[in-house]
Design a protein around this ligand. Structure first.
Ligand code: CO
Length: 134
């Protein structure tokens, strides 16, 4: 079921500062910045060849990463995203195995225009897991 690592997401308090650090200090290639109001975040992807780093900054009042940044004011690793071939089959398998799918259980369209789901971090050893249909 589980495919490639699509990205590792870092929540950051200041996207411009994070972009400058990755671009200028680390010498990485960055995507254009993308506002995703329906997800409550602004994202930039860093291309590191074998995978991507997703930089997330809160957008709007009810951002799902606001509480995380309150606990981790300088930022931190927020989630890992794995690819799956069939997200509905993956969801059904996970639910049948007792894993908790966040939200209403239906995939939303993520930053790459593909359906995504999130799994409860307590079911995966403290790590929020995102699944994206490849
Ligand atoms: Co993500």
């Amino acid at each position: 079921m589980l495919g490639r690592l699509n990205h590792v997401a870092l929540a950051v308090p200041d996207l411009a500062a994070a972009m400058a650090a990755y671009r200028d200090t680390l010498g990485a290639r960055l995507s254009a910045q993308q506002a995703l109001p329906e997800h409550g975040v602004t994202v930039v992807f860093v291309d590191v060849g074998n995978t991507k780093i997703e930089l997330l900054e809160p957008l709007g009042e009810a951002s799902p990463i606001a509480a995380f940044l309150e606990k981790n004011p300088s930022g931190g690793m927020h989630h890992v995203c794995y690819e799956v071939d069939d997200i509905l089959a993956a969801r059904d398998h996970l639910k049948a195995s007792g894993a908790r799918v966040l939200g209403d259980g239906n995939p939303k369209i993520g930053a790459h225009g593909k359906p995504v789901l999130f799994l409860h971090p307590k079911d995966f050893f403290g790590t929020l897991v995102e699944l994206e249909q490849a």
